[in-house]
Write a protein that binds this ligand. Structure first.
Ligand code: 4AD
Ligand code: MG
Length: 431
C-alpha cells in the first residue's frame, strides 16, 4: 500500500488513514489532546478525545514529547481552521521513538546555538519553508534552460587554475601534479561547452575562500551559469531578465504557503517582470553622487553602494559596462570605450545586492593573452582555454546566478546562512 502524506489529506475526508511523522507541538484542554504532527509534507492537528481511545493511547498522547516519532490512525475531518483544511480524529497512536529534551524549543534561540544544531534546526517550519522555496527555485532554473534547448554540462570541481581572481582560492595537494583548486566558477568550461553545443549551462557547487564576513557571503555556494555562442552583452541581459522573471513568478505561483510562513511581502516580488531597468556604471555613479556618496569613477561598487542604487527601483536593476580594471580577465572590453568591460551585474531590490554577474567574453586571442598577462596569471594554465580563441572563436556571453543570494532575496531573509542546508562560512564548517 502506498503511504499517505499530510498534504494529500483533503482527498481523504471521511476516511480512516494511517500517517507517520514527528510531534511538532501539542496542547491540551480537559479530555482533549491536540497533537501537531509534521511529516515533511505539512502539519496536521490530531485530536485525541479521551472517550474515543484506549487508556494507553490517551496516556501516550499525554507523554509524547516534542520531536518524538509516531504513527497515528484516525478519521480525516474537514476543519477550515486547520492547516490544509483538515484535522484528524485519532483512533490510535503508536510510538516509534521517543525524543528526550529536544534542544530547539518554541522559545527564541541565538543564531550560533541554532547553527550548531543545523541538522535539527532544519525541522522547524521556517527552515522547511526555505528549503522548499530553494528546491522550487532550483527546479525553475533547470526547467527554464531545459525548455530553451540548453544542454546541462557539468564543470569540474577540482581545477588547475583560478577563474575569478587568485585571492579566494581553496587549494589542495593533487598527487604528483602539484596543486589543485576548488572551482570558483564553471564558466571557463561552460565556454568550451558553448562552442561545442551552442547553448549550455553548468550548475554546481562553487567555492570562494572569502575573507568577508557579510550577510551575502558563503565559502561554498551553488551557481548556475548559462553560456551562449553568438550572444553579445545585450542578448546576455535579455536572457538574464527573462530568467529572473521566470524564477520569481514561478515561486509566487507555486510557493504561496511557504512565502506566507516566511511572512514575505510578496508585493515586492510581484513587480519582477520584464523589462528590468538597465543602467550603465556611469549612470550608477551619478546616482551615488546624487545621494551624497563621494564615489570615485573606477572603483568597484560596494554593498552599501549597491543598496543605494537598487533602492531607486522596484525590481532588479542591471548595471552594465563596469571599469574593466575591477572586472575579471576574460571580460571583453567595449570596442567603443576600452576603459569599460562588456559586463553586467544584476542587483536585487531591498538591499539584497548582486545576484547575477555576467559578461560578453573576450573572443580575440591577442587581447585575451594581454589580459592574462595583466592579471599576473600564468599563460600555460589557460592554454586549453586559449584554444577556444584559436579554433573558430565566436562572440559569446553568459552569466552566473548565485542560488543562495536568490533564495535569500525571494524569501526575504536577513542572511544567506539560512538559504543552504549546511552553510559553510569563514568561521563555520560544521555540522
Ligand atoms: O560575479 P561572480 O563572481 O561571477 C562569476 O563567477 C562568473 N564566472 C559568472 C559567469 O559569468 N558565468 O559570481 C556570480 C554570482 C554572484 O552574482 C553571486 O550571486 C554569487 O555568484 N556569489 C556568491 N554567493 C554567495 N557567496 C559568495 N561568496 C559568492 N560569490 C559570488
Ligand atoms: Mg560579481
Amino acid at each position: 500500500m502506498s503511504k499517505i502524506y499530510i498534504k494529500d489529506l483533503k482527498n481523504y475526508v471521511g476516511q480512516e488513514v494511517t500517517l507517520s511523522g514527528w510531534l511538532y507541538n501539542k496542547r491540551s484542554s480537559g479530555k482533549l489532546r491536540f497533537l501537531i504532527l509534521r511529516d515533511g509534507s505539512g502539519y496536521l492537528q490530531c485530536v485525541v478525545f479521551k472517550n474515543n481511545v484506549s487508556e494507553e493511547v490517551f496516556e501516550l498522547s499525554d507523554k509524547l514529547s516534542q520531536e518524538s516519532s509516531f504513527t497515528v490512525t484516525g478519521t480525516v475531518k474537514d476543519e477550515q481552521r486547520g492547516s490544509g483544511g483538515v484535522e484528524l480524529d485519532v483512533k490510535s497512536i503508536e510510538l516509534i521513538s521517543a525524543a528526550h529534551d529536544y534542544p530547539i524549543t518554541p522559545k527564541e534561540h541565538g543564531i550560533e546555538f541554532l547553527l550548531d544544531r543545523r541538522h535539527l534546526w532544519l525541522r522547524s517550519s521556517r527552515q522547511v519553508a526555505i528549503m522548499k522555496v530553494r528546491h522550487r527555485i532550483i527546479k525553475a532554473v533547470r526547467d527554464f534552460f531545459d525548455d530553451r534547448d540548453f544542454t546541462l554540462m557539468d564543470a569540474p570541481i577540482l581545477t588547475p587554475s583560478a577563474c575569478e581572481g587568485t585571492s579566494t582560492l581553496f587549494e589542495t595537494e593533487y598527487f604528483d601534479l602539484g596543486k589543485a583548486y576548488l572551482t570558483q566558477s564553471g564558466q571557463l568550461y561552460a565556454e568550451a561547452g558553448a562552442l561545442a553545443l551552442g547553448k549550455v549551462y553548468t550548475f554546481g557547487p562553487t567555492f570562494r575562500a572569502e575573507k568577508s564576513k557579510t550577510r551575502r557571503h558563503l565559502t561554498e555556494f551553488w551557481m548556475v551559469e548559462p553560456e551562449v555562442a553568438f550572444n553579445n552583452l545585450d542578448d546576455d541581459m535579455d536572457l538574464a531578465e527573462e530568467f529572473l522573471e521566470y524564477i520569481v513568478q514561478t515561486v509566487l505561483k507555486d510557493c504561496k504557503e511557504e512565502l506566507k510562513t516566511l511572512e514575505r511581502d510578496i508585493t515586492k516580488l510581484e513587480t519582477v517582470k520584464r523589462p528590468l531597468p538597465r543602467i550603465s556604471y556611469d549612470e550608477a555613479v551619478e546616482i551615488l553622487r546624487k545621494n551624497g556618496i563621494d564615489f570615485e569613477w573606477g572603483n568597484d561598487l560596494g554593498g552599501t553602494d549597491e543598496t543605494i542604487i537598487s533602492n531607486q527601483f522596484d525590481r532588479p536593476v542591471m548595471v552594465h559596462r563596469y571599469p574593466s580594471e575591477v572586472k575579471a580577465f576574460y571580460m571583453k572590453r567595449d570596442p567603443e570605450n576600452p576603459k569599460v568591460a562588456l559586463a553586467v551585474d544584476v542587483l536585487a531590490p531591498e538591499g539584497y545586492g548582486e545576484i547575477i554577474g555576467g559578461s560578453q567574453r573576450e573572443d580575440n586571442l591577442d587581447l585575451l593573452l594581454e589580459r592574462i598577462e595583466k592579471h599576473n596569471l600564468r599563460q600555460e594554465d589557460f592554454d586549453w582555454y586559449l584554444d577556444l580563441r584559436r579554433f573558430g572563436s565566436v562572440p559569446h556571453a553568459g552569466f552566473g546566478l548565485g542560488i543562495e543570494r536568490t533564495v535569500g532575496w525571494i524569501c526575504g531573509l536577513e542572511h544567506v546562512r539560512e538559504t543552504i542546508p549546511f552553510p559553510r562560512m569563514i568561521y563555520r564548517n560544521t555540522p
